[in-house]
Write a protein that binds this ligand. Structure first.
Ligand SMILES: Nc1ncnc2c1ncn2[C@@H]1O[C@H](COP(=O)(O)OP(=O)(O)OP(=O)(O)O)[C@@H](O)[C@H]1O
Ligand SMILES: [Mg+2]
Length: 268
């Protein structure tokens, strides 16, 4: 059974339909890239999965996680699912941490919400999660967000998102605000955690180059619709839609495209 199944999802805002009849599935352990230019509806689709959109939006269609419809859940059930089953990282990693609390406090509150652990156990869980993303656990635990670099903060945000080993990690442009070397490390980190926890990844990007190494499957969005969805090799070697071909043309040569499937070093 698919981990995530989206069928015929449309998202409306006032009189406008911003996302139209979107359908795709994500299998266990799959890295699914959702690509498309700015404003194509990627973030709205991603936010609809965790029901993060405000009441101004209305929906039709269905979204299910392991066969369970996410539209039928109570607020409490949804809160439980967010974090335990689905978690998010965003381009704006600063939004994961307020500057008023230490990173440790954020971890502590998050663990308290979901698990019954004592203070010492919560601290150990937090510091080892930070160490798993190559941060100095104790030091970062005591730091405030403004004392850390962008790359370190995104690592901490990933550690927080992966803390409860969710089935689905939704990463909305997680590397766009980072320099190319740091981006590469973040992609590698997501891949490492995906393998270790067998979670699925919905990776959102406007740049195909960010999707091409780790993605198993690519869905292309344009103006609120999915215009093409296929295994990565099909998309890279035999795009069916002219818009996909146009996105591919941003990757200059066929040898770069081959490299995209085998080796990401040329990318950055
Ligand atoms: N809160 C909102 N109210 C009204 N319209 C919105 C709102 N959020 C997004 N939209 C509109 O919905 C469309 C899709 O937006 P979305 O944020 O999903 O795009 P995106 O593909 O994520 O773009 P980007 O790559 O720039 O992040 C856009 O036309 C946008 O203007
Ligand atoms: Mg977006």
């Amino acid at each position: 059974m698919s981990v995530l199944s989206i069928k015929d999802l449309s998202i409306h805002h006032k009189m406008e339909t911003l996302v139209r009849s979107v359908s795709f599935e994500i299998e266990e352990g799959e890295w699914h890239a959702l690509i498309g230019q700015s404003g194509s509806g990627k973030s709205l689709t991603a936010s609809a999965i965790g029901q993060l959109l405000s009441k101004q939006f209305s929906f039709s269609g269905s979204i299910s996680l392991k066969g369970q419809s996410l539209f039928d859940l109570s607020k409490k059930e949804l809160r439980n699912i967010r974090g335990r089953e689905i978690s998010y990282i965003f381009q704006d990693y600063t939004s994961s941490f307020t500057p008023f609390y230490t990173i440790g406090k954020h971890f502590d509150e998050y663990i308290k919400t979901h698990l019954s652990l004592n203070k010492k156990e919560r601290r150990e869980m937090a510091t080892s999660a930070l160490e798993a993303v190559n941060l100095e656990g104790e030091r970062v635990y005591k730091s405030y967000s403004f004392q850390m670099s962008g790359g370190q903060l995104q690592r901490a945000a990933i550690a927080l998102a992966m803390l409860l080993k969710p089935k689905l990690l939704i990463a909305d442009e997680p590397t766009t605000a980072l320099d190319s070397v740091t981006s590469k490390h973040i992609l590698e980190l997501i891949q490492k955690l995906r393998v270790e926890t067998k979670c699925s990844v919905l990776f959102i990007t406007h740049d195909l180059r960010h999707a091409r190494k780790y993605a198993d499957h690519i869905s292309v969005m344009k103006e609120g619709e999915i215009i093409e969805s296929n295994a990565k090799k099909e998309i890279i070697y035999a795009p069916k839609h002219p818009y996909t071909a146009q996105l591919l043309s941003a990757i200059p040569t066929i040898s770069d495209r081959v490299s995209a499937l085998e080796n990401v070093e040329v990318l950055y």
